[in-house]
Design a protein around this ligand. Structure first.
Ligand code: PSU
Ligand code: MN
Length: 306
Protein backbone atom coordinates (compact mmCIF):
# COMPACT_ATOMS: atom_id res chain seq x y z
CA UNK A 1 0.00 0.00 0.00
CA UNK A 2 1.27 3.48 -0.89
CA UNK A 3 1.98 6.06 1.78
CA UNK A 4 -1.26 7.77 2.68
CA UNK A 5 -1.31 11.41 1.58
CA UNK A 6 -1.42 14.08 4.26
CA UNK A 7 -4.97 15.21 5.17
CA UNK A 8 -6.45 11.76 4.40
CA UNK A 9 -8.31 9.58 6.93
CA UNK A 10 -9.27 6.09 5.87
CA UNK A 11 -11.96 4.16 7.69
CA UNK A 12 -10.74 1.04 9.48
CA UNK A 13 -12.38 -1.34 7.04
CA UNK A 14 -11.02 0.50 4.02
CA UNK A 15 -7.53 0.40 5.53
CA UNK A 16 -7.86 -3.36 6.16
CA UNK A 17 -9.21 -4.02 2.68
CA UNK A 18 -6.33 -2.11 1.09
CA UNK A 19 -3.78 -4.03 3.14
CA UNK A 20 -5.38 -7.34 2.17
CA UNK A 21 -5.95 -6.26 -1.43
CA UNK A 22 -9.61 -7.12 -1.07
CA UNK A 23 -12.19 -5.47 -3.31
CA UNK A 24 -13.20 -1.86 -2.63
CA UNK A 25 -15.66 0.41 -4.46
CA UNK A 26 -15.29 4.18 -4.14
CA UNK A 27 -18.50 6.23 -4.02
CA UNK A 28 -18.95 9.96 -4.52
CA UNK A 29 -20.73 12.37 -2.20
CA UNK A 30 -21.94 15.27 -4.38
CA UNK A 31 -24.82 13.05 -5.38
CA UNK A 32 -25.71 12.99 -1.64
CA UNK A 33 -25.32 16.70 -0.86
CA UNK A 34 -26.29 18.28 -4.19
CA UNK A 35 -27.76 15.56 -6.38
CA UNK A 36 -30.79 14.40 -4.40
CA UNK A 37 -33.19 15.85 -1.83
CA UNK A 38 -33.23 14.75 1.82
CA UNK A 39 -34.05 12.04 2.93
CA UNK A 40 -33.76 10.15 -0.38
CA UNK A 41 -30.11 11.19 -0.52
CA UNK A 42 -29.04 9.57 2.73
CA UNK A 43 -31.32 6.56 2.21
CA UNK A 44 -29.77 5.99 -1.20
CA UNK A 45 -26.22 6.44 0.12
CA UNK A 46 -26.87 3.79 2.77
CA UNK A 47 -28.59 1.42 0.37
CA UNK A 48 -25.73 1.73 -2.12
CA UNK A 49 -23.15 0.92 0.56
CA UNK A 50 -25.27 -2.09 1.52
CA UNK A 51 -25.33 -3.33 -2.07
CA UNK A 52 -21.55 -3.08 -2.32
CA UNK A 53 -21.17 -5.03 0.94
CA UNK A 54 -23.65 -7.70 -0.09
CA UNK A 55 -21.68 -8.24 -3.25
CA UNK A 56 -18.57 -8.85 -1.14
CA UNK A 57 -16.72 -5.54 -1.48
CA UNK A 58 -16.04 -2.67 0.93
CA UNK A 59 -17.71 0.69 0.18
CA UNK A 60 -15.54 3.81 0.40
CA UNK A 61 -17.70 6.91 0.23
CA UNK A 62 -15.42 9.92 -0.16
CA UNK A 63 -15.99 13.44 1.22
CA UNK A 64 -14.18 16.25 3.00
CA UNK A 65 -15.20 17.00 6.59
CA UNK A 66 -13.48 19.79 8.55
CA UNK A 67 -10.67 19.72 6.04
CA UNK A 68 -9.96 15.99 6.27
CA UNK A 69 -10.37 13.86 3.16
CA UNK A 70 -12.39 10.92 4.41
CA UNK A 71 -12.32 7.64 2.52
CA UNK A 72 -15.09 5.55 4.05
CA UNK A 73 -17.72 7.39 6.09
CA UNK A 74 -19.52 6.29 9.22
CA UNK A 75 -23.24 6.82 9.60
CA UNK A 76 -22.98 10.13 11.48
CA UNK A 77 -20.64 11.53 8.83
CA UNK A 78 -23.02 10.45 6.09
CA UNK A 79 -25.92 12.11 7.88
CA UNK A 80 -23.96 15.33 8.37
CA UNK A 81 -23.19 15.46 4.68
CA UNK A 82 -26.79 14.79 3.73
CA UNK A 83 -28.32 17.32 6.14
CA UNK A 84 -26.07 20.34 6.26
CA UNK A 85 -26.50 23.23 3.86
CA UNK A 86 -22.92 24.30 4.45
CA UNK A 87 -21.41 21.55 2.33
CA UNK A 88 -19.55 22.77 -0.74
CA UNK A 89 -19.51 20.96 -4.03
CA UNK A 90 -15.84 20.17 -4.58
CA UNK A 91 -14.28 19.41 -7.89
CA UNK A 92 -10.57 18.58 -8.00
CA UNK A 93 -9.56 22.24 -8.17
CA UNK A 94 -11.49 22.99 -4.96
CA UNK A 95 -9.83 20.33 -2.79
CA UNK A 96 -6.86 22.42 -1.53
CA UNK A 97 -9.19 25.22 -0.42
CA UNK A 98 -11.53 22.89 1.46
CA UNK A 99 -8.60 21.12 3.12
CA UNK A 100 -6.63 24.22 4.11
CA UNK A 101 -9.73 26.12 5.29
CA UNK A 102 -11.00 23.06 7.15
CA UNK A 103 -14.36 23.10 5.36
CA UNK A 104 -16.98 20.47 4.72
CA UNK A 105 -17.40 19.47 1.11
CA UNK A 106 -18.74 16.72 -1.06
CA UNK A 107 -16.66 15.39 -3.91
CA UNK A 108 -17.79 15.33 -7.54
CA UNK A 109 -16.80 12.58 -9.92
CA UNK A 110 -13.55 14.42 -10.68
CA UNK A 111 -12.54 14.97 -7.05
CA UNK A 112 -13.67 11.48 -6.01
CA UNK A 113 -11.53 9.93 -8.75
CA UNK A 114 -8.52 11.91 -7.62
CA UNK A 115 -8.97 11.01 -3.94
CA UNK A 116 -9.74 7.36 -4.69
CA UNK A 117 -6.57 7.09 -6.75
CA UNK A 118 -4.51 8.75 -4.01
CA UNK A 119 -5.86 6.19 -1.55
CA UNK A 120 -5.14 3.28 -3.91
CA UNK A 121 -8.70 2.53 -5.08
CA UNK A 122 -9.30 1.94 -8.79
CA UNK A 123 -13.05 1.30 -9.10
CA UNK A 124 -15.72 3.90 -8.50
CA UNK A 125 -19.51 3.83 -8.91
CA UNK A 126 -21.74 6.84 -9.45
CA UNK A 127 -24.93 7.86 -11.25
CA UNK A 128 -23.72 9.73 -14.27
CA UNK A 129 -20.57 11.67 -15.07
CA UNK A 130 -20.59 15.38 -15.80
CA UNK A 131 -19.89 16.43 -19.38
CA UNK A 132 -20.41 19.07 -22.02
CA UNK A 133 -23.50 21.15 -21.25
CA UNK A 134 -26.09 22.01 -23.87
CA UNK A 135 -25.23 25.44 -25.25
CA UNK A 136 -21.56 24.93 -24.37
CA UNK A 137 -20.65 26.68 -27.62
CA UNK A 138 -21.88 29.83 -25.86
CA UNK A 139 -21.27 29.09 -22.16
CA UNK A 140 -18.08 26.99 -22.49
CA UNK A 141 -19.50 24.91 -19.62
CA UNK A 142 -17.67 21.58 -19.73
CA UNK A 143 -17.41 19.50 -16.55
CA UNK A 144 -13.97 19.00 -15.03
CA UNK A 145 -15.02 15.33 -14.76
CA UNK A 146 -13.97 14.84 -18.38
CA UNK A 147 -10.46 16.20 -17.83
CA UNK A 148 -10.03 14.12 -14.69
CA UNK A 149 -11.01 11.02 -16.64
CA UNK A 150 -8.19 11.85 -19.04
CA UNK A 151 -5.49 11.89 -16.40
CA UNK A 152 -6.50 9.70 -13.45
CA UNK A 153 -6.52 5.90 -13.72
CA UNK A 154 -9.84 5.10 -12.05
CA UNK A 155 -12.70 3.24 -13.75
CA UNK A 156 -16.03 5.04 -13.34
CA UNK A 157 -19.10 2.81 -13.50
CA UNK A 158 -22.04 5.01 -14.49
CA UNK A 159 -25.23 5.17 -16.56
CA UNK A 160 -23.43 7.35 -19.09
CA UNK A 161 -23.50 11.10 -18.71
CA UNK A 162 -26.53 12.91 -17.33
CA UNK A 163 -28.90 13.33 -20.26
CA UNK A 164 -29.41 16.98 -19.40
CA UNK A 165 -26.01 17.41 -21.07
CA UNK A 166 -25.14 17.48 -24.73
CA UNK A 167 -24.39 13.76 -25.07
CA UNK A 168 -22.84 13.78 -28.58
CA UNK A 169 -20.41 16.55 -27.59
CA UNK A 170 -19.64 14.75 -24.33
CA UNK A 171 -18.74 11.56 -26.20
CA UNK A 172 -16.63 13.48 -28.73
CA UNK A 173 -14.72 15.14 -25.91
CA UNK A 174 -14.07 11.82 -24.18
CA UNK A 175 -12.70 10.51 -27.45
CA UNK A 176 -10.46 13.56 -27.89
CA UNK A 177 -9.16 13.16 -24.35
CA UNK A 178 -8.35 9.49 -24.90
CA UNK A 179 -10.86 8.13 -22.41
CA UNK A 180 -12.25 4.70 -23.35
CA UNK A 181 -16.02 4.35 -23.03
CA UNK A 182 -17.00 0.71 -22.65
CA UNK A 183 -20.64 -0.28 -23.04
CA UNK A 184 -21.69 -2.98 -20.59
CA UNK A 185 -24.16 -5.18 -22.47
CA UNK A 186 -25.00 -2.28 -24.77
CA UNK A 187 -23.91 -0.86 -28.12
CA UNK A 188 -25.19 2.60 -27.22
CA UNK A 189 -24.04 5.31 -24.88
CA UNK A 190 -26.73 5.21 -22.18
CA UNK A 191 -28.70 8.39 -21.53
CA UNK A 192 -28.87 8.22 -17.72
CA UNK A 193 -32.65 7.99 -17.11
CA UNK A 194 -33.09 6.23 -20.46
CA UNK A 195 -31.28 3.23 -21.88
CA UNK A 196 -30.87 4.46 -25.43
CA UNK A 197 -29.33 7.54 -26.99
CA UNK A 198 -28.72 6.39 -30.59
CA UNK A 199 -25.06 7.24 -29.99
CA UNK A 200 -23.08 4.17 -31.00
CA UNK A 201 -20.17 2.98 -28.85
CA UNK A 202 -17.29 1.14 -30.45
CA UNK A 203 -16.35 -0.80 -27.29
CA UNK A 204 -18.63 -3.35 -25.67
CA UNK A 205 -17.95 -5.95 -22.98
CA UNK A 206 -20.74 -8.11 -21.56
CA UNK A 207 -19.15 -9.61 -18.43
CA UNK A 208 -17.59 -8.10 -15.30
CA UNK A 209 -14.59 -10.42 -15.73
CA UNK A 210 -14.02 -9.02 -19.19
CA UNK A 211 -14.11 -5.48 -17.85
CA UNK A 212 -11.59 -6.44 -15.15
CA UNK A 213 -9.31 -7.85 -17.90
CA UNK A 214 -9.74 -4.64 -19.87
CA UNK A 215 -8.72 -2.53 -16.86
CA UNK A 216 -5.71 -4.73 -16.19
CA UNK A 217 -4.60 -4.31 -19.80
CA UNK A 218 -5.08 -0.54 -19.55
CA UNK A 219 -2.77 -0.43 -16.52
CA UNK A 220 -0.26 -2.87 -18.00
CA UNK A 221 -0.01 -0.71 -21.11
CA UNK A 222 0.96 2.18 -18.88
CA UNK A 223 -2.06 4.30 -19.84
CA UNK A 224 -2.80 6.89 -17.22
CA UNK A 225 -6.36 7.62 -18.27
CA UNK A 226 -9.49 6.52 -16.48
CA UNK A 227 -12.34 4.66 -18.13
CA UNK A 228 -16.08 5.08 -18.42
CA UNK A 229 -17.93 1.81 -17.87
CA UNK A 230 -21.35 2.65 -19.26
CA UNK A 231 -24.12 0.60 -17.67
CA UNK A 232 -27.64 1.38 -18.90
CA UNK A 233 -30.36 1.86 -16.28
CA UNK A 234 -32.32 -1.40 -15.71
CA UNK A 235 -35.17 -1.64 -18.24
CA UNK A 236 -37.87 -1.75 -15.55
CA UNK A 237 -36.70 1.59 -14.11
CA UNK A 238 -36.06 3.60 -17.26
CA UNK A 239 -37.97 6.63 -18.49
CA UNK A 240 -37.97 6.50 -22.29
CA UNK A 241 -35.98 9.23 -23.97
CA UNK A 242 -38.92 10.83 -25.79
CA UNK A 243 -40.64 11.31 -22.42
CA UNK A 244 -37.53 12.84 -20.84
CA UNK A 245 -36.60 15.18 -23.68
CA UNK A 246 -39.41 17.66 -23.17
CA UNK A 247 -38.69 17.97 -19.44
CA UNK A 248 -34.97 18.40 -20.05
CA UNK A 249 -35.57 21.14 -22.61
CA UNK A 250 -38.03 22.97 -20.36
CA UNK A 251 -35.57 22.80 -17.44
CA UNK A 252 -32.64 23.93 -19.59
CA UNK A 253 -34.59 26.94 -20.86
CA UNK A 254 -35.62 27.85 -17.31
CA UNK A 255 -31.99 27.61 -16.13
CA UNK A 256 -30.89 29.97 -18.86
CA UNK A 257 -33.66 32.44 -18.01
CA UNK A 258 -32.74 32.29 -14.33
CA UNK A 259 -29.07 32.90 -15.27
CA UNK A 260 -27.90 29.81 -13.36
CA UNK A 261 -24.19 29.29 -14.00
CA UNK A 262 -21.13 27.39 -12.78
CA UNK A 263 -21.39 24.72 -10.13
CA UNK A 264 -25.05 25.44 -9.56
CA UNK A 265 -26.15 24.32 -13.04
CA UNK A 266 -26.21 20.54 -12.57
CA UNK A 267 -27.92 20.49 -9.13
CA UNK A 268 -30.42 23.12 -10.30
CA UNK A 269 -31.37 21.15 -13.40
CA UNK A 270 -31.64 17.85 -11.51
CA UNK A 271 -34.04 19.44 -9.03
CA UNK A 272 -36.13 21.07 -11.73
CA UNK A 273 -36.33 17.88 -13.78
CA UNK A 274 -37.39 15.99 -10.66
CA UNK A 275 -40.25 18.46 -10.20
CA UNK A 276 -41.25 18.30 -13.87
CA UNK A 277 -41.37 14.48 -13.81
CA UNK A 278 -43.23 14.40 -10.45
CA UNK A 279 -40.38 12.54 -8.82
CA UNK A 280 -39.94 9.88 -11.49
CA UNK A 281 -36.49 11.10 -12.49
CA UNK A 282 -35.30 10.81 -8.90
CA UNK A 283 -36.66 7.27 -8.64
CA UNK A 284 -34.83 6.35 -11.83
CA UNK A 285 -31.68 8.04 -10.56
CA UNK A 286 -31.76 5.97 -7.35
CA UNK A 287 -32.27 2.75 -9.33
CA UNK A 288 -29.40 3.39 -11.71
CA UNK A 289 -26.95 4.27 -8.93
CA UNK A 290 -27.78 0.98 -7.22
CA UNK A 291 -27.30 -0.95 -10.42
CA UNK A 292 -23.94 0.75 -11.00
CA UNK A 293 -22.79 -0.08 -7.47
CA UNK A 294 -23.63 -3.74 -8.08
CA UNK A 295 -21.62 -3.88 -11.30
CA UNK A 296 -18.69 -1.95 -9.80
CA UNK A 297 -18.51 -4.43 -6.92
CA UNK A 298 -18.52 -7.35 -9.36
CA UNK A 299 -15.64 -5.79 -11.30
CA UNK A 300 -13.72 -5.06 -8.09
CA UNK A 301 -14.18 -8.69 -7.00
CA UNK A 302 -12.94 -9.95 -10.32
CA UNK A 303 -9.88 -7.69 -10.20
CA UNK A 304 -9.07 -8.73 -6.64
CA UNK A 305 -9.32 -12.41 -7.55
CA UNK A 306 -6.54 -12.09 -10.15
N1 PSU B 1 -24.55 12.00 -11.03
C1 PSU B 1 -25.75 12.02 -10.43
N2 PSU B 1 -26.07 13.09 -9.65
C2 PSU B 1 -25.15 14.11 -9.42
C3 PSU B 1 -23.88 14.08 -10.05
C4 PSU B 1 -23.65 12.99 -10.85
O1 PSU B 1 -26.54 11.09 -10.60
O2 PSU B 1 -25.46 15.01 -8.66
C5 PSU B 1 -22.82 15.13 -9.79
C6 PSU B 1 -21.48 14.43 -9.88
O3 PSU B 1 -20.81 14.65 -8.65
C7 PSU B 1 -20.77 15.08 -11.03
C8 PSU B 1 -21.30 16.46 -10.93
O4 PSU B 1 -19.36 15.01 -10.91
O5 PSU B 1 -22.70 16.24 -10.68
C9 PSU B 1 -21.02 17.26 -12.17
O6 PSU B 1 -21.09 18.61 -11.89
P1 PSU B 1 -20.52 19.70 -12.92
O7 PSU B 1 -21.40 19.56 -14.14
O8 PSU B 1 -20.69 21.03 -12.22
O9 PSU B 1 -19.08 19.36 -13.17
MN1 MN C 1 -19.81 23.25 -15.09
Amino acid sequence: MNALPEFFDLSGEVRDALARRSPIVALESTIISHGMPHPQNVDTARAVEQIVRKAGAIPATIAVLRGRVLVGLDDAQLERLANSNDVRKLSTADLPYAVSQRRDGSTTVAATMRCAHAAGIGIFATGGIGGVHRGAERSFDVSADLYELARTPVAVVCAGAKALLDLPKTLETLETLGVPVVGYRTNEFPAFWSRASSLVLSLRIDEADGIAEFLRAQRALGLQSGAVIANPIPAENEIPRDQMNGCIETAARAAEQACVTGKAVTPWLLERINALTSGRSLEANVALVKSNARLAAEIALSLAAR
